[in-house]
Structure formats: structure tokens, C-alpha cells
Design a protein around this ligand. Structure first.
Ligand SMILES: *Cc1c(COP(=O)(O)O)cnc(C)c1O
Length: 463
């Protein structure tokens, strides 16, 4: 099967394994635990339940489409990351994957830190009571106003992304009578894909300061001279939806090389390195993600080994998983509106959402799974494409999927692994109202982000 883009982003090449979805699974009613949230299962009536609540009840109570999030699973995954990295490392949840005040509280309670990359994300984090010193502020073009707010709030670190920003943050910190802790984001020339990585000298993308040509070293040199900045470390983020640790190995090697150069030139050993996020999850049964403890062990060993070789004190490591924490914890619940068989091709199944609640298929050609969840079915499998309700033929939610041939309007479908980059990238295209996020735990459901209303839409349209 040929792919024009990769789930991680359009700049990545075709990497999906051959034969994906070539044959229907033996039993369409079976839910592969790998792609579904931890507490998902089918009850005796064949209806899917999560956190002890069945999807028919959820659909009646909260409507469709809706993102349904398994709170116990979210907390368990956050805790697994925290535990895996232990007291000598920090885990920053990447808020851009999905951020709400409830999520911020869960992270706070589970001992994780938080990455934000805009004033809006910062405001959400602070309003939910995340201590500012546990917040990292990212972005390649933070506004002066955003930097001002972040410094004033006392965020634990700002990740500097350009030469201009080094001066800008230093100036703002000084004007506020502060010394801001900063990391410098560098690009190490590693392009990570799901199943492979490419090490190059240069990276053709907007983030960070290139290691190539001595630019990163020059950035550190300048930052070290500015009174408004306390340079605490180097940051590197190599991609998204990565399964192969060898890209991190090359990145760590290059980051440690820079730390060594800094030590040799300036006599300072920077105390921290951040290796970013990007760890992959299972969207379909073909994906095999690693457990947090395996990732922690691998990263810690890589950095330890590189530092020993460079005769450097091992810096404190931080990581920034977003997708790997929230991605698997939610599914999108849809109602089927139409079922349209196209002779000799496939059956188009239209649901009541689409590219406005999940842009990843249209944007990245991402793969998803889907299941009939309001009942079990013994019908034959049919090759289906799950599409949305938007005025756009690229409005595809699940490109290729097998669903029972007796599928009918009114049935509920669920698309798993939509916790990351779905609600956070949702739009109002066609003036569709963005779905709610319903958190489920121990037999109880509650809305943590409510459904948009037409009133919300019209409030912005001042006429
Ligand atoms: C997007 C991003 C992350 C999180 O990526 P995931 O794929 O969700 O783990 C972490 N750090 C930085 C700097 C990012 O831009």
C-alpha cells in the first residue's frame, strides 16, 4: 500500500508496513486491547463499555459525536511514565496533544510537569492550579506578550528557539528584575519516522537552532553572557509517532557532544538535557509501541553511556510525551447516518462528525481502527470507509476498515486512540460544533469539555 504522507506529519515519507488491512480480522467483535483504552470491553449484551459505562448510555446522555476519555487509563499511563523515569528525571506532558483543566489537575496529582506552547495553553495550566515552576514554555514564535506572562508567572523554563528569542527573553526577564531559567532547542539532524530514522547534517524545518555550522554553540555562547538568562540545558525533539529508539541514540550523541564543547569552551557543565517527546502509540493492530519503562531504560542508558565517553557528569534528563499518555485513553463515539455501498469498491459509512473532530487522516494520511460498539454482530465483514459530514471529499475518518455488513443508520461506531491531536486540532469547519470530552471512571461519566453550541458560534460573529 502506498502512502503519500506519514501519521507524524506531511514532511515524513511513506513508512507504513505492506499488507496493512489486507484481510479482515477473524472476529469483528473482538476489541484489540492494544488500540483501546484500558477499561474498554463488551458487556453481555455486546455493547461496549468504558469505565463501567456503556456507550449507548453515553450517546443518549451526551450526544454524538463525543470524545470519551478513560480517566483511570490516563492516570495509569501518566503514572507509568513518572515511575519509569524516577526521581532523577522529569516527565513533561505535552499539552498540545490535549489540554483541559481536568487533565492539568490529573497531571499535577500524578506528579508530572507540563509543556505549553501558547498563551492559551499557559492560561489553562495556570487556571487549573499547575505550579508555574513545573511548566515549560515552548514555541518557535512566542509573542512578546506571551513571554512576558510566562516570565512573570515564574515558569520553570522557557525553551528558546531562535537567536532573536534569546535576546527577547533576556530583555523581558531583566525588565521584570528576574533571571529566567532557559533551555536552548537545537536541531541535531535526525529525522525520525515510525519505523526508521535518517541522520543528516541539516534539518529543513522551522524549529530550533541547527547544531550544524556551529550555530547551536554560538547560541549557547550568547545566552551564557546575558544576565536575564540562566541556561540550564539543551533541548532536542526529533519527531512524532516514533517506535525506533535509534533516532534518540543519534540525537543524544550529538546533544552530549555539544555539552562537551560547551564545557571545553566555557568551563560549565549544563545540568539538564531534554530529549523531547514523539513516542508512538498503536492506532491499529499493526503498531507495536514500547512501554514507558523500556523507553526510560533505553534513554537513560544512552545518555549515561554518551556522558561517560565524554567524561561529563550525567545531566538530569527530561522527556515530553504527549500522544503516548493521552492518545490511547480516548475514543470518538459517532452515530452512523448513511451506509452507501459502491459496487466493486467499498461501502461508504457516513458518521455525524469528521475532519472537524479528527483532521489527522486528512492531514497526515493517518491510520485508525474502528468498531461497531452499540451491539455485537455476526454479519460478514465488509470493506468500509468511514467518512464525515463535511463538504469535502477528503473528509475521511478511517480510510480502510472492515465493519459488519449489517451496519445500519443509528448504529454507534467508535474510533479508538483519538485522545491526542483530535480535540486539540478540532475546527469549526462548516460551522460544525466541536464535540465534548466526556471523562469516564468507576461507573460515572462527566463532561470535562462541553459541546460547543450555536450560541458559542454566534457569540464570535459580531454581525
Ligand atoms: C509535539 C511535541 C511533543 C509531544 O509529541 P508527542 O508526539 O505527542 O509525544 C513534545 N515536545 C515538543 C517540543 C513537541 O513539539
Amino acid at each position: 500500500m502506498s502512502r503519500s504522507a506519514h501519521p507524524a506529519g506531511p514532511r515524513h515519507a511513506d513508512v507504513l508496513p505492506e499488507g496493512h488491512y489486507s484481510a479482515p480480522p477473524a472476529d469483528l467483535n473482538v476489541l484489540d486491547q492494544k488500540v483501546w483504552a484500558q477499561t474498554v470491553g463488551r458487556n453481555d449484551d455486546g455493547v461496549v463499555t468504558v469505565g463501567g459505562v456503556d456507550v449507548k448510555t453515553l450517546a443518549e446522555e451526551y450526544g454524538t459525536p463525543a470524545y470519551v476519555l478513560d480517566e483511570a487509563d490516563f492516570r495509569a499511563r501518566a503514572r507509568a511514565w513518572r515511575t519509569a523515569f524516577g526521581a532523577d528525571a522529569d516527565v513533561f506532558y505535552a499539552g498540545k496533544a490535549f489540554l483541559s483543566r481536568a487533565v492539568v489537575r490529573w497531571l499535577d496529582e500524578e506528579g508530572l510537569n507540563l509543556d505549553v506552547c501558547s498563551g492559551g495553553e499557559l492560561a489553562t495550566a495556570l487556571s487549573a492550579g499547575m505550579p508555574a515552576e513545573r511548566i515549560a514554555f515552548h514555541g518557535n514564535n512566542k509573542s512578546t506578550e506571551e513571554i512576558h506572562r510566562a516570565v512573570e508567572a515564574g515558569v520553570g523554563r522557557i525553551v528558546l528557539d531562535s537567536f532573536q528569542e534569546i535576546v527577547r527573553v533576556a530583555h523581558i526577564a531583566q525588565s521584570l528584575g528576574k533571571r529566567q531559567r532557559v533551555q536552548i532547542r537545537i536541531t541535531v539532524g535526525v529525522e525520525a519516522h515510525t519505523h526508521e530514522f535518517i541522520a543528516t547534517a541539516h534539518e529543513d524545518q522551522k524549529f530550533g537552532i541547527p547544531l550544524a555550522g556551529g550555530q547551536a554553540a554560538e547560541a549557547v555562547r550568547r545566552a551564557l553572557q546575558l544576565d536575564g538568562l540562566e541556561v540550564i540545558g539543551i533541548h532536542s525533539h526529533i519527531g512524532s509517532q516514533i517506535f525506533d529508539m535509534s533516532g534518540f541514540e543519534v540525537a543524544a550523541h550529538r546533544v552530549v557532544g555539544l555539552l562537551k564543547d560547551i564545557r571545553d569552551e566555557h568551563g560549565v557543565e549544563l545540568p539538564e538535557i531534554d530529549l523531547g517527546g514523539g513516542l508512538g502509540i498503536a492506532y491499529t493492530s499493526a503498531d507495536d509501541p514500547r512501554e514507558p519503562h523500556e523507553i526510560a531504560k533505553a534513554l537513560t542508558e544512552i545518555v549515561g553511556r554518551e556522558c561517560e565517553a565524554a567524561r561529563l557528569r550525567t545531566p538530569r534528563i527530561s522527556v515530553e510525551p504527549g500522544r503516548a499518555i493521552v492518545g490511547p485513553t480516548a475514543f470518538t463515539l459517532y452515530e452512523v447516518g448513511t451506509v452507501k455501498p459502491l459496487e466493486g469498491l467499498r461501502t461508504y459509512v457516513s458518521v455525524d462528525g469528521g475532519m472537524s473532530d479528527n483532521i489527522r487522516t486528512a492531514l497526515y494520511d493517518a491510520e485508525y481502527s474502528v468498531a461497531l460498539v452499540s451491539r455485537a454482530s455476526d454479519a460478514e465483514p465488509m470493506l468500509a470507509r468511514v467518512v464525515g459530514k463535511h463538504c469535502e471529499s477528503g473528509d475521511i475518518v478511517v480510510k480502510d476498515a472492515f465493519l459488519p455488513a449489517d451496519l445500519a443508520p443509528g448504529d454507534l461506531l467508535a474510533v479508538p486512540a483519538t485522545g491526542a491531536y483530535c480535540r486539540s486540532m478540532a475546527s469549526n469547519y462548516n460551522h460544525v460544533l466541536r464535540p465534548p470530552v466526556v471523562a469516564v471512571k468507576d461507573g460515572e461519566a462527566r463532561v470535562i469539555v462541553r459541546r460547543e453550541t450555536e450560541e458559542d458560534l454566534l457569540r464570535l460573529d459580531v454581525g
